[in-house]
Design a protein. Structure first.
Length: 297
């Protein structure tokens, strides 16, 4: 395993988690309705920082044998941190040229998930790909939203809107807008996971009876499992987000499927385990050879 990529099998598919980049954020951004005295003792027990959290921007490559599929394009040239994303060189390091990507699934249109759709020169980064997102997400971001529902400053909102304008609107000719949950390709299905953004998408990947649930930003920090009611500053519809999170946690625990996240400690893979009337996160061990990573618990 390289420090920025992690390859693992899923049935007949080969998957690669790719750490496009990352940034350090104030933890309270993602726990706005949870008192510090509630969660800090748990972090202290784990030896974790009580104030800050390092969030990677993790994309997912799926090689089905027939097609190469990419979920999200990372921060790209918009770079929330000191450096832009490194998705393209990391793909090439895995032996994949951008022209070989056939489908790009955009979980939602937040900056750190769409920033790599274009190159620094403004050309499509994946020129032969079909881009997929929910119609509901497209409709929201093309409606000139004020983003008044987000408790962030005007500059943050301006950057979010500019990122959509720069990275998604130019791709309209390559976009396949989904009206409902559906199979995108054999073994890869879109799941409605609305709330974090109005048209937020999770993705179910299945091969030979093994399942992977890519939840994107329905889960942003492992504290979302013992405290699923937590809200973040970038949750557009918090009540709907909570219902989505509960549904996905119940699904992941019931099906004992491997879960992939966008922002948990890289590679962001693990299992959702019931703990009383809540859940806990069991990360996949990455010290072993990638081929040893189990696809189901």
């Amino acid at each position: 395993m390289g420090s920025e990529t992690f390859r693992f099998p899923l049935g007949n598919f080969s998957c690669v988690a790719i750490r496009d980049n990352g940034f350090r954020y104030p933890l309270a951004m993602f726990l706005t309705n949870l008192p510090q005295e509630t969660y800090q003792p748990l972090l202290r027990e784990r030896g974790e920082d009580l104030e800050q959290v390092d969030l990677p921007y993790t994309c997912m490559l799926i090689e089905t044998g027939r097609e190469r599929v990419l979920i999200d394009t990372g921060i790209g040239r918009d770079g929330a941190g000191p450096e832009p994303g490194r998705l393209l060189p990391l793909l090439r390091a895995e032996g994949v040229e951008p022209e070989e990507i056939g489908t790009v699934i955009l979980s939602h249109a937040h900056t750190d998930h769409i920033g790599g759709t274009l190159t620094e020169e403004g050309n499509p980064a994946f020129p032969h790909a079909v881009y997929v997102m929910f119609q509901k997400e497209w409709d929201f971001w093309t409606s000139s939203p004020s983003l008044a529902e987000l408790p962030v400053d005007a500059d943050f909102k301006r950057k979010m809107l500019a990122s959509v304008r720069n990275n998604v609107l130019p791709m309209r000719g390559q976009l396949d807008l989904l009206q409902r949950e559906t199979e995108i390709l054999p073994g890869i299905s879109a799941i409605a996971a609305f709330g974090h953004s109005p048209g937020h998408m999770a993705v179910q990947i299945s091969s030979e009876g093994q399942r992977l649930l890519f939840v994107a930003d329905a889960l942003i920090h492992p504290l979302n499992l013992p405290y699923p009611e937590t809200r973040g500053v970038t949750d557009h519809v918090p009540e709907e987000m909570l219902a989505t999170r509960l549904r996905l946690l119940e699904k992941a625990a019931r099906e004992k499927c491997l879960v992939a996240t966008s922002h948990f400690q890289f590679p962001g893979l693990g299992y959702v385990r019931p703990k009383g009337d809540r859940w806990e996160w069991e990360p996949v061990r990455v010290s072993a050879h990638p081929g040893a990573v189990p696809a189901s618990g």
